[in-house]
Design a protein around this ligand. Structure first.
Ligand code: T46
Length: 132
């Protein structure tokens, strides 16, 4: 499964904490886009797709959420609840995001601009894409 766990350097002092994430240094790609999920409604599952090419690093900068990952062979569930920890997800990995805490803010750092044609939103099509 093409996932990696990152721990970012934290610059903390008596004023609080700061984390900086730099291109190709703290994460393994050029950053083309960031977006964030917040005010998520309890009980809803987001994601439910894979990407053909996109690489992403997910950081739960407030609160917590669970990420379900599936590469067609193996399945894993990862808890994100720490603003210094990033989860890298490579292409061809089905992901579902669930169990958001009420205060969750999920920051996503992405290697490409938004492109709907990069998504596979049907699970059977995802499995077929792995063997083609
Ligand atoms: C992912 C998980 C973690 C845009 O216009 N631009 C964007 O950059 C994105 C990400 C989305 N959108 C539009 C497309 C939809 O009309 O925002 C709407 C919601 O997107 P979506 O249903 O894809 O949201 P999620 O939370 O299910 O998935 C998103 C990302 O799309 C996806 O790449 O890995 O967050």
């Amino acid at each position: 499964m093409e996932i990696k766990h990152y721990e970012f350097q934290q610059h903390g002092d008596n004023r609080g904490h700061l984390v900086a994430v730099e291109n190709n240094i703290d994460i393994p790609f050029d950053i083309k886009r960031i977006y964030y999920l917040y005010d998520t409604v309890p009980g809803f599952v987001r994601g439910k797709h894979s990407h053909r090419k996109l690489e992403q690093v997910l950081v739960c900068v407030a609160g917590s959420c669970m990420i379900h990952l599936d590469d067609g062979n193996e399945q894993k569930d990862v808890l994100l609840n720490n603003p210094v920890k990033g989860l890298y997800i490579g292409p061809n990995t089905w992901r579902e995001i669930y169990n958001f805490s009420e205060d969750a803010v999920l920051l996503v750092i992405a290697s490409e601009l938004y492109d709907e044609s990069d998504y596979i939103r049907n699970y059977d099509d995802f499995l077929k894409s792995l063997s083609s």
